[in-house]
Design a binder for this molecule. Sequence first.
Ligand SMILES: [Zn+2]
Ligand SMILES: [Zn+2]
Length: 181
Amino acid sequence: MIIAFALVTCQHVHLGYCACEAALFRGKLGDWVAKTREVHVIDDLTGGCLCGAVRYRCSGEPDSMGLCQCERCQRQSGSSFLIAIVYSRESVTFESGELGVYTAADDSGSNLSRHFCLSCGSAVMITLDRYPEIRSMMGGTVDDKSRIRPTFSLWCSSAQPWLELPRDIQQFPDYPDGLIA
Ligand SMILES: [Zn+2]
Ligand SMILES: [Zn+2]
């Protein structure tokens, strides 16, 4: 189905631009195929740590993408927030490397575990006891950053004062009930 679509468009663009604009033809077709893949085919999201020891693969679309500006996430990331790309547990496969884990209670009182590369210390994943079926992959470790589009931020009440998020990112002062992130 997808290949057939691509071939039809190929002929159409070829007629339109002919051979005199071969580069344009390739560019336009390339864009079109890329767009088609975005709509019809969901590539695996791959990522890894700074030293390359830890590599992972996530299948399908993530359930959500959000930021967390809580005090603890700022400390762990050494930055102003972390990016959580949330997948179901069975969608995430680790292909190499060894993870260490730091576990502590979050504000709800249940345990939250931060998994990091034992070689380079990169934050790779968060798991939560209260939502055992999800995996939050850290956005900074994703290979293709163009796929990162956070739609909300948790804990804006502890945001660093210089930081102003885009208006299309929904901003919560804390961690609202019912949100799984
Ligand atoms: Zn590493
Ligand atoms: Zn946090």
